[in-house]
Design a protein around this ligand. Sequence first.
Ligand code: HEC
Length: 118
Amino acid sequence: MIVLVGCATAPSDTGGAPPPPTMSDPTARQFFDTQVYPILSARCAGCHGMNATATTGFVGTTAEATYDALTASDLVGDYTANAPLIRVMRSNHPAVASAYDLERIQAWLALERDERGL
Ligand code: HEC
């Protein structure tokens, strides 16, 4: 969805570049920071903190560190519901997240997938 916002100055020629995202149309990163990191921090950090030894660590002390770790890992897979991040949680894993939490994580992956043109 494209939202045009009134502008005080004349728009410059962007050469056909897409308009910058607005908050009503959050980027994947904004969605991660506001909707997903709080879930990971509250529900996963206890076992999956960066210093975890028994489990895979992917939750840092900031949204940025967590975003970087996750997107650099294999856990995001192809950014679909088939990503290990989702698949593992829906199968053989302690029940620590609600279905609603998983829906939000999946919504973030879908935004990433769109932005990355996958
Ligand atoms: C009570 C501890 C505990 C909590 C809390 C927990 N996990 Fe896990 N998780 C485990 C264990 C144990 C494993 C298996 C060891 C491993 O592969 O890291 C695991 C494995 C995983 C894996 C597979 C890791 C890999 O390398 O393949 C993913 C993905 C995962 N958990 C996601 C999550 C998410 C997302 C949350 C929060 C919503 C979460 N876990 C919360 C204990 C936990």
